[in-house]
Design a protein around this ligand. Structure first.
Ligand SMILES: [Zn+2]
Length: 215
């Protein structure tokens, strides 16, 4: 059922098709389809004042409809959260959004093709491409293993872009620079700086690759 959500989410996230459905749901802040369907069904019962029990939710058919709706939402969020906790495939995005609610509440997050690659770890990174059989080696132009974390946090090729972004992040109240994934997505201001850095890095990376091919 949830796989039918994939293509709209891929469009929304502009992500790489290899990221799992679990990850795409969290990155887009889109509740899994089966839970969304449950939400609509039980919300209909509340509206019709029909009693039901679902997990920790006990609705007696009375007038406390807004409380029941909040309880219902919390229950489904908890189910989604426990699925996300046990989804072992996608640890990169888990570092940014370990709480699904945190992602859902950040309605100001607008994703682009560049940011998604760093958030998911699926993208133009040789270690990932090698695992997928698309590259024969996994080393960055600097000689280290090329992962999303390496490129974003450590690679000396992007030192200048990174330090400029870190200076701006500092002004925005993020003292940990690009090293703490949770801090980077905490505020809209920090996220926009992070987004700019993702674009700069991947644009530079692509330009350098083209230059190397021409030589
Ligand atoms: Zn490197």
């Amino acid at each position: 059922m949830n796989s039918s959500q994939r293509s709209p989410m891929l469009r929304m996230s502009r992500g790489y098709a290899t990221a799992s459905t679990d990850a795409l749901q969290v990155i887009c802040g889109t509740m899994p389809l089966d839970l969304e369907a449950k939400y609509r069904y039980y919300k209909g019962l509340i509206k019709a004042r029909t009693a039901f029990a679902l997990g920790n939710v006990q609705y007696n058919g009375g007038d406390e409809t807004s409380k029941a709706t909040i309880d219902l939402e919390n229950e489904l969020m908890d189910i989604w959260q426990s699925r996300w906790n046990s989804s072992i495939k996608e640890r990169t995005i888990y570092e940014y959004f370990s709480r699904v609610r945190n992602r859902v509440e950040k309605i100001w997050i607008e994703l682009d093709h560049f940011t998604v690659q760093f958030l998911t770890g699926h993208g133009d990174f040789k270690s990932k491409l090698m695992k997928l059989g698309l590259k024969e080696e996994d080393t960055c132009a600097c000689g280290e293993i090329e992962t999303a974390a390496h490129v974003l946090r450590y690679c000396k090729i992007y030192e200048e872009e990174r330090s400029q972004a870190e200076e701006r992040l500092n002004q925005a109240g993020v003292s940990t620079g690009v090293n703490n994934p949770k801090e980077i997505v905490l505020s809209r201001e920090a996220f926009i700086i992070f987004k700019g850095l993702c674009k700069e890095i991947l644009t530079k990376k692509e330009a350098q690759r083209r230059n190397a091919e021409q030589e």
